[in-house]
Ligand binder design. Structure first.
Ligand code: SF4
Ligand code: SF4
Length: 318
């Protein structure tokens, strides 16, 4: 039994799925950046991307469900050749579904993507954008030289398209700590980000989501390299907060990989913890009404979601 499962047993808690509300699709590991904290190990040389055939199978499956939200992530999801095709097909469903694009901002300024912001705006795709700080030093240290300046320019462009300005054009930012510590209080950080980004750059946005770095992928390698992995794990374990369990994203999200394989969350995906039933399970093997109450596969990395105020794709949990 892993330490997280042990902790749940000690607290008489079990983690099971509830009704599926979000289909989160990781369309691949291709990205224009190579951030220090990346749990996907994404980068410009990665070849894993979702094909059109797999997209069609995912959408055909989605059409038979009532899942209202499709959350696209990567890598930089916009870089797969069929990104727009994916969104066009989701939006053509009856009923149509809400689409989220987890965007690193800089991709919006890359050559070849000039009309992408308008495309996203036209489809009213919600944008959840990475922005680890409102100062250049921290952002460039975590995400690479020049990323802060590009992110600011992209946010200004999105504001011009009414993102973060009108109600049905949501623009949320994601903060990850730039180092081996937990995020600060979300509401306070949101107020700081809003004040600083508006006063220096005239930028507005809706919400700030604080997300804890999980000790996997490139961030685990960074911790190991700096001899901080054990210390970081101990900090997460000591900050275990049982009140976060009900809000864990793995309870209402189905996570799908670039080949259509199914996981409890994007972190389990990166660790290869695919759903199994004798053999590996793909999305098209899943009967949506039969997975409510399914047990969730946990590991020591799960302490990253339950530490302090908790952490999910929608930010702090409590
Ligand atoms: S954290 Fe996001 S933007 Fe950075 S390398 Fe990973 S997928 Fe790309
Ligand atoms: S990493 Fe977080 S979201 Fe994933 S299974 Fe563990 S607790 Fe759930």
């Amino acid at each position: 039994m892993n330490r997280f499962a042990q902790k749940l047993t000690e607290n008489s808690i079990s983690v099971r799925r509830t009704r599926s509300e979000i289909l989160q699709v990781n369309v691949g590991k291709l990205c224009n950046l190579t951030c220090v904290h990346c749990h996907v190990n994404a980068g410009p040389r990665r070849k894993e991307i979702m094909t059109r055939e797999t997209i069609d199978r995912v959408i055909d499956w989605l059409a038979k469900t009532e899942i209202p939200v499709v959350d696209l992530t990567g890598g930089a999801p916009e870089m797969i050749p069929d990104f727009r095709y994916f969104i066009d097909r989701v939006k053509a469903l009856h009923p149509s579904r809400h689409v989220i694009d987890r965007c690193n901002l800089t991709i919006l300024l890359e050559p070849g993507y000039e009309d992408l912001p308008e495309f996203l705006a036209r489809h009213k795709v919600e944008i959840i954008a990475s922005m680890p700080c409102y100062t250049p030093e921290n952002v460039n240290a975590q995400r690479g030289e020049g990323v802060f300046e590009a992110s600011i320019a992209a946010l200004q462009l999105l504001n011009q398209l009414s993102y973060g300005v009108v109600g049905d054009m949501p623009l949320h930012l994601v903060y990850n700590p730039v180092g081996a510590f937990l995020p600060g209080p979300q509401a306070e950080m949101e107020a700081d980000f809003k004040r600083e980004l508006f006063s220096h750059f005239g930028i507005v946005f809706n919400k700030l989501y604080t997300i804890t770095n999980l000790p996997i992928g490139r961030f685990a390698a960074y911790l190991r390299h700096n001899d901080k992995l054990d210390e970081y794990m101990d900090m997460l374990i000591n900050a275990f907060n049982p009140a976060t369990i009900d809000g864990l994203m793995c309870r209402n999200t189905i996570s799908v990989g670039w080949r259509g394989e199914v996981y409890d969350c994007d972190f389990n995906q990166q660790l290869g913890l695919q759903w199994k039933n004798g053999g590996p399970i793909f999305l098209w093997d899943v009967e949506p009404h039969k997975i409510d109450n399914r047990e969730i596969t946990t590991g020591n990395h799960c302490f990253g979601c339950t530490a302090g105020a908790g952490s999910s794709c929608g930010g702090a949990i409590v």
